[in-house]
Write a protein that binds this ligand. Sequence first.
Ligand SMILES: Cc1cc2nc3c(=O)[nH]c(=O)nc-3n(C[C@H](O)[C@H](O)[C@H](O)COP(=O)(O)OP(=O)(O)OC[C@H]3O[C@@H](n4cnc5c(N)ncnc54)[C@H](O)[C@@H]3O)c2cc1C
Length: 417
Amino acid sequence: MSDGSRNDVDVLIVGAGMGGLTTALALHQRGISCRIHESVRELRPLGVGINLLPHAMALLDQLGVADAAAAIAVQTAELAYYNRHGQLIWSEPRGRLAGYPAPQLSIHRGYLQLLLRDAVVERLGADAIVMGQALTDVATDADGAVATFALRDGGSATVRAPIVVAADGIHSVARERLYPGQGAVGYGGRMLWRATTQAAPYLGGRTMIMAGHSRQKFVCYPITEPDAAGLQTINWIAELAVERDTPPAQDWSRRVETSLFREPFADWRFPWLDVPALIDGAEAVYEYPLTDREPLERWTDGCVTLLGDAAHAMYPIGSNGASQSILDALALATAVAEHGATAAALLAYEVERREPTTRIVLANRGNGPEQVMELAEQRAPEGFDDIEQVIPRVELEEIAAQYKQLAGFAINQVEGK
Ligand SMILES: Cc1cc2nc3c(=O)[nH]c(=O)nc-3n(C[C@H](O)[C@H](O)[C@H](O)COP(=O)(O)OP(=O)(O)OC[C@H]3O[C@@H](n4cnc5c(N)ncnc54)[C@H](O)[C@@H]3O)c2cc1C
């Protein structure tokens, strides 16, 4: 066991996911030294598609990485909800087309992570990310924060810093150490099968669609511009209600066969999208349960705090997971710039971010903006001739507007370029 070796940075960050990497960039921009300790030996482009909402994009722009992200993504122009018969319930423009000062991006999670990693290495140096160190314990003592890591090559290391920011994801060890007995990851009763398929553009090539209702849903959106053959990488998620007594395995990289879920979607061939063809065209399909964590009453304990999914893992509804971790990162860095690398800075950050993110976790449990699909299924399960007779436009508008306000991306809440 090596001890107390490196107290050479102001902020020690645990985890090189979206939250940890963005925190490093934001701290560095403010002249605050930091280092990330990441458990895996090597970052690989894992995961499939995610969305970055305009409020998060405005912050990535401040960090000087928005253009690079946009270059490997699709600027989402529209979000459209359909019933299970493929009939349109509601659609709205997104990103710049909706009048935001920043775009909404649909992007491959793994490539975004590598892009942020490269920016950290370029600006802070190769030593700024230490790989192969898994946090096993973290606490505050009279001299600040102390973190212990298991080394992939054997042994352990204890590292001191004035403050520790734990961005170690939904299974956060730091969360368990600070707030033990908070219970397992919560299972929302639905399984998600995620994949990408190379396919011809649908609905103009920039539309995110959701079809169905809370017990059977299909979501898809393109994450690359058309290639030389005119094909886009289409990210898709098939979702079914699956009752389980115990929460299923939560492994982002668990590969399964399409036979587990294809049949219920077999007749979802709409004039504007062929769902079975997308499912059949996938190279690899990953299974992940709908899960979140119970909101915490506190994130900060002395000189240690939580950030991103470690603090507020939420159902992937409303495209908020990655965006909220980016908002956390900027709030944290701003607080440290103001209060120094102190417990007071961590509390200021928590005051700004804990309540808003708790509201999103809870709203997502009620299906967030996807309530419109639920209402259509309840009120007109066999379909409709005129959506206005099923859900008046004013009701649809209100649901969409309420969620944007709650998640902090109503137009008046987004800082412009
Ligand atoms: C491999 C992977 C694939 C994913 N794929 C998708 C996807 O397809 N779609 C989607 O919506 N979301 C996906 N996510 C989740 C998504 O990235 C997050 O919801 C969101 O971006 C918030 O990011 P975060 O930094 O808080 O957490 P994460 O992105 O989960 O990052 C956490 C980081 O901490 C590291 N870590 C974990 N435990 C320790 C430890 N004990 N010590 C040190 N480091 C540790 C992890 O290796 C990871 O790099 C994925 C996450 C991972 C880790």
